[in-house]
Design a protein around this ligand. Sequence first.
Ligand SMILES: [Ca+2]
Length: 110
Amino acid sequence: MIARVLIFFSAALVLGQTNLLTNNGFESDLTGWQTRGPAEFSADTAQPHSGQKAARIYIASGTTLNYQQIYCTASPAITEGERYSASVWVRSQGVTTAPGAYQSRTLFPT
Ligand SMILES: [Ca+2]
């Protein structure tokens, strides 16, 4: 069980000069992104990082940790052997108890 947690999020996956993530700054709300797990997902203006919005993940007090996820498909698809640059900006609020909060990035070739 965890305390109420807010996470603000934006991401980039770059090959050369091309960002492969559509709407990576969430200026078009959650268009192009999918979510999974017991949380409220939205685009929010409170902590935009860049532009006007960032993704907001709200995990209510008492929620069981269950790998709450926000994810998208790279376009064009990633390919084995290429060198990519991945970055993510995360700001958390309300993380006050163990086990805390963490984020991970995983790339799945298609
Ligand atoms: Ca943004």
